[in-house]
Design a protein around this ligand. Structure first.
Ligand code: ADP
Length: 810
């Protein structure tokens, strides 16, 4: 599109013809006008300022090259479009158009235009309406790019915000050192407000002794140099000194001339302090670490020490080394006195004096008394030594300072003293003392262990000596049952070589029938921790026969835990054989008694039968004396018969025990016994009561006999009143406790054992008839059944007989 006409512009290059009357323009004048018009168009078209014209409806009528270039559109994309399409903010363009319509002139109206590439351009618009005879022709707009200007303003705002918001002090000054700006960070760090310092020399914050820094800094700035991270000290308003890190940069004017400086000061006081603390900590840690490494080396040396003296010497030289001492000694407690066991650097006089130190003498005796370390920085000045003979000895030995640390083991046992000595007055450092403590603790533990080992060796040697002197075979086993020691007797008996003591080497010696029971009994003891006890046979190689032994073992416990088994094998062969002989003899005797009592029964019956006949047929003819004699004979025969009956019962009580017992109702056994005693019960007028009686494993006949004898006695040994007898049973743990209680004459306690012996009676047959065998039979029966029998009684207050019966749960 062409540049619209009627644009007012000066005509250049042709003079306007003189107006002297109406006349047609000359061709030269027309040509000049056309020339001027072209020039004007060209001028507008190529002007460096962006321009455009807009119609009344907002259509872009014309735009020059600068305008198109500013926004990046091709002519055809721009001209003919509505101007509103290129404005980012619709209200803005509507406002502009409106104002123009109202004949207002627009000056410097800021707007945002949309470019071809999508970017936004900030512009300032100047515009006015061109009218002809009051008619709106078009608006003329000049568009000025204010992007750079705006960016600068924004940048300035942002920078100011950054400067104000910074924690660091940001200060600018001129080359005379006069402060020009002072941000909030500077106010905070230095304590001056901006008003207080702007216009004042920067030296206001420089301490007196650093004033010479400023000319140097200004000198460098003038040369255009920048100063980076210069660490120095500055002074706050309140006089406090600060560690700061300065970065100072020259500020130049548009011509590049240095006109001042910007300065950033950072308060590094806190980080300086932290740095120093870290450095100190680091130093301490690395010193501690190397001390630990040294301790570890020392520990290794100590653990490797061959014997006790070696160990003590190693401990001592380690202690002297770590405390940087000149001399030292270790004393151990013996009979409550300290005795030197290792020393370094002392003469005989010193050793004599300090070889037996008791509570309170010198540093070591004081440490012993107090149970804590004693440090004497100067022996000559110390009240510990003042006026004591030890002072002279110490000074003569060249020891001016000393420390004594008690050796206390982990278990709390006080073992002795560890002292180190110095030729000049001094006090060991904290680290030295810490290491000394570590060493002393380790040394004490090692000393304690070595002493314990020595004691163990000694006690082991003593035990072996003792065990070897015993007539029995003695052995020990580990908690798991593995035999680890036999005494000499074992090797003598077995002929084994001493290196063959391992577990179960006894097996081939055992009787084949005893292997399994022995093995089972031993391992069940090992498992349960119960004592082990069993009889078995070993092959006697000398006599080439089996020999009975009693094996016993007891566990040794430490803190409830089994640490060892101590065992013995006792030769019980002779005892066993005697027992067997005795058993056989008893058996024979019982057999004899049994058959004799049986065989005697017949002739006895003949005596009593014929005595009866004699009495009946000739009684009156032989006279009263003969009657009396015949009476004695009959009586004697009856008593003899009872005796034989009881003897048989007695032998039966032991032999019948071999037959298996049965499950019996003890109440029924009592019933049978009472039935047998019915006549005596009736005659005596006895009353009999009972509790519930249990079922027990017993020989029915034996239980009946037991009840019969006890109830029979309760009736026979009655006092003046009719007998009252109570039979009871109660469960006591693993057994039943039976009792037969009466209100009879009672028994003097001194006879409470004797009455159970054979033929033991407390009364004559005339007073109370009896054979003295009843309770002996009862005792035998009770014991054969695995129980006991006893009496509790007081004369005149009745008696209670008790017997127990083991429970046999089904
Ligand atoms: P025996 O009754 O035939 O003499 P025992 O062996 O039965 O023989 O008794 C031994 C002795 O114990 C009796 O002589 C008697 O002195 C005393 N004795 C036994 N039972 C009682 C009892 N229940 N009360 C008082 N004494 C008794």
């Amino acid at each position: 599109m062409e540049v619209p006409g009627n644009l007012e512009a000066p005509i250049t290059g042709a003079a306007e013809p003189k107006q002297n009357g109406p006349a047609l323009p000359s061709s030269a004048y027309v040509a000049a006008l056309e020339q001027r018009d072209r020039e004007q168009r060209d001028f507008l078209e190529n002007a460096a300022v962006a321009m455009h014209c807009v119609g009344e409806d907002g259509t872009i009528l014309w735009a020059n090259r600068a305008e198109l270039e500013l926004l990046g559109y091709a002519r055809e994309d721009y001209i003919g479009q509505n101007i509103a399409a290129f404005h980012m903010d619709e209200p803005v363009i509507l406002d502009i158009l409106n104002r123009l319509k109202c004949n207002e002139e627009i000056r410097g109206y800021e707007a945002r235009l949309r470019c071809k590439d999508g970017s936004v351009r900030y512009v300032s618009i100047n515009s006015s309406v061109y009218r002809e005879e009051g008619r709106f022709i078009h608006t003329r707009c000049v568009t000025i790019d204010i992007g750079a200007q705006r960016r600068n303003a924004e940048l300035h705002e942002r920078l100011s915000a950054i400067v104000e918001g910074s924690d660091d002090a940001i200060i600018s000054k001129d080359l005379d050192g006069i402060i020009r700006s002072w941000n909030r960070g500077a106010e905070r760090i230095f304590g001056y407000t901006s008003d207080e310092v702007v216009g004042k020399p920067i030296t206001i914050v420089i301490p007196q002794d650093r004033l010479d820094e400023e000319p140097k800094i200004l000198g460098r700035l003038q040369k255009g140099e920048r100063i980076d991270h210069f660490e120095t000290v500055r002074r706050r308003k309140d006089g406090a000194l600060l560690n700061v890190s300065l970065t100072v940069s020259p500020v130049r004017n548009a011509q590049g001339k240095v006109i001042g400086a910007s300065k950033i000061a950072r308060d590094i006081t806190a980080s300086r302090r932290a740095e120093q603390a870290i450095r100190a900590l680091n130093d301490q840690l690395s010193a501690d670490l190397s001390a630990l490494v040294r301790m570890q080396e020392i520990s290794t040396r100590l653990v490797q020490a061959e014997d006790f003296q070696d160990l003590l010497d190693e401990i001592l030289s380690a202690g002297v080394e770590i405390t940087d001492a000149d001399m030292g000694n270790i004393q151990l407690l013996e009979d409550r006195a300290l005795k030197i066991v290792a020393q370094q650097g002392f003469d005989a006089a010193f050793l004599d004096t300090f070889d037996h130190v008791s509570d309170g003498l010198a540093a070591c005796g004081t440490a012993l008394k107090q149970g804590a370390r004693v440090i004497v920085e100067d022996v000559a000045e110390s009240p510990i030594f003042a006026g004591t003979p030890a002072l002279e000895v110490m000074l003569a030995a060249g020891a001016r300072a000393v420390q004594s640390t008690p050796l206390v083991s982990r278990s709390g046992q006080k073992l002795g003293m560890f002292s180190t000595h110095y030729r000049s007055p001094r006090r060991p450092g904290d680290r030295e003392l810490r290491m000394l403590d570590l060493l002393a603790r380790q040394a004490a533990d090692l000393i304690e262990r070595k002493q314990a080992e020595a004691a163990l060796l000694e006690s082991e040697a003593r035990f072996r000596q003792l065990a070897d002197s015993m007539p029995q075979i003695v052995w020990t086993a580990r908690p798991d049952g593995h035999t680890d020691y036999y005494n000499e007797r074992w090797y003598e008996f077995t002929g084994f070589s001493r290196d063959k003591f391992g577990d179960e080497s006894y097996r081939p010696l055992l009787h084949p029938d005893d292997v399994k029971p022995c093995h089972e009994a031993w391992y069940s003891a090992v498992k349960s921790g119960e004592p082990y006890r069993i009889e078995y046979r070993f092959r006697d190689r000398h006599e080439n026969r089996w020999r009975w032994f009693m094996g016993r073992a007891l566990p040794v416990r430490v803190g409830g835990k089994i640490v060892k088994w101590f065992g013995s094998c006792t030769d019980i062969d002779e005892q066993k054989r005697n027992e067997e002989d005795l058993r056989r003899a008893n058996q024979d005797l019982e057999q004899f008694v049994h058959s004799a009592s049986h065989d005697l029964q017949e002739p006895l019956r003949m005596v009593s039968t014929y005595s009866e006949l004699l009495k009946r047929e000739f009684g009156s003819k032989l006279g009263p004396a003969a009657d009396e004699y015949i009476g004695y004979t009959i009586d004697g025969a009856l008593r003899m018969e009872q005796l034989l009956k009881d003897l048989r019962a007695y032998t039966l009580a032991s032999t019948a025990g071999h037959e298996p017992a049965a499950d019996v109702d003890s109440g029924e056994s009592l019933d049978k016994a009472l039935a047998n005693l019915s006549a005596a019960i009736k005659d005596s007028g006895a009353s009999i009561t009972r509790t519930d009686l249990p079922r027990v494993r017993y020989h029915d006949f034996h239980l009946e006999q037991l009840f019969q004898n006890l109830v029979g006695n309760a009736i026979r040994y009655k006092s003046g009143v009719p007998p009252q007898i109570h039979i009871a049973a109660e469960r006591r743990g693993e057994e039943w406790l039976f009792s037969v209680q009466d209100n009879g004459i009672g028994i003097d306690p001194q006879y409470k054992e004797q009455i159970f012996e054979l033929f033991k009676r407390l009364h004559s047959a005339a007073e109370y008839p009896g054979t003295g065998m009843g309770l002996a039979i009862c005792k035998r029966i009770a014991e054969r059944a695995g129980g006991r029998l006893w009496v509790e009684s007081e004369p005149g207050r009745g008696s209670t007989f008790f017997f127990t019966v083991p429970c046999h749960e089904a």
